[in-house]
Write a protein that binds this ligand. Structure first.
Ligand code: PGA
Length: 253
């Protein structure tokens, strides 16, 4: 086992220059908890300035195009994001799958392009409430993961984030039993595709993770970290999650 906990903030469409002080403060929290890998996926406009003030946190992007360059008005390639200072990128976030019509094949292609450009990837999957209520969540999400997993996916450059869509930004989370069952199902699905590498791959939980629930979520055997939206916007709210991950690392050592 021995997977290093990975705690990543997703700032979504939030953050102006005036918020760079929070990036700096979170970078200091990361430095104080070296057992945990900490990052912030910033809006593209802050990646360059953020990467100069990141401390021990890495800076990531929230999306990339699947091509290297071309006539794609308004898009950014993985190479451009890497040059700006990003070392990670989120692919397949439900807010893009749903609102932008991104398919599993698009997400696999974006993830492969990101790897090609030297970026690490957080590949997101998750079910709707209707699917959860129908009792089909594990099957649907495992299928989604295998359909969006890029060729050659390996633990040293790709992590998975399980984010139930109905838990994002709502303050609601699944039961701990449901999270444990989902993460185990996703690891089994990964093993069916990539064999023993699945044991090294980190599977994050995302969706209303906060300082109050992080310790319980991060104590689940197959939960290797978190992808955090609202609670990552300030060091004050984000630090308790990083501390909870650090405590889990200490407990496992
Ligand atoms: P939330 O967002 O923590 O605000 O629910 C998580 C995400 O969408 O990555």
């Amino acid at each position: 086992m021995g997977r290093r906990k990975l705690v990543v903030g997703n700032w979504k469409m939030n953050g102006m220059r005036e918020h760079l002080g929070e990036v700096e403060a979170i970078g200091r929290v990361a430095a104080a908890h070296p057992s945990v890998e900490v990052g912030l996926c910033l809006p593209a406009t802050l990646i360059m300035a953020g990467s100069e003030r990141r401390g021990a946190a890495f800076i990531g992007a929230q999306n990339c195009h699947m091509d290297i360059s071309g006539a794609y008005t308004g898009s950014l390639s993985a190479e451009m994001l890497a040059e700006a200072g990003a070392t990670w990128v989120i692919t397949g976030h439900s807010e893009r799958r749903e609102a932008r019509g991104e398919t599993n094949a698009d997400i696999a292609a974006k993830s492969a392009a990101a790897h090609q450009a030297g970026l690490n990837v957080i590949l997101c999957v998750g079910e709707t409430l209707a699917v959860r209520d129908a009792g089909r969540a594990e099957q649907v999400v495992a299928d989604q993961l295998l359909a969006s997993l890029p060729e050659g996916a390996a633990a040293d450059w790709l992590a998975v984030a399980y984010e139930p869509i109905w838990a994002i930004g709502t303050g609601r989370i699944p039961t701990m039993e449901a999270v444990a069952a989902m993460h185990a199902a996703l690891r089994a699905a990964l093993a069916s595709r990539i064999g023993a590498e699945a044991d090294r791959m980190r599977i994050l939980y995302g969706g209303s993770m906060n300082g109050d629930n992080a310790a319980d979520l991060l104590a689940i055997a197959d939960v290797d970290g978190g992808l955090v939206g609202g609670a990552s916007l300030s060091a004050k709210k984000f630090a308790p999650i990083i501390e909870a991950a650090d405590q889990q690392m200490a407990a496992a050592a």
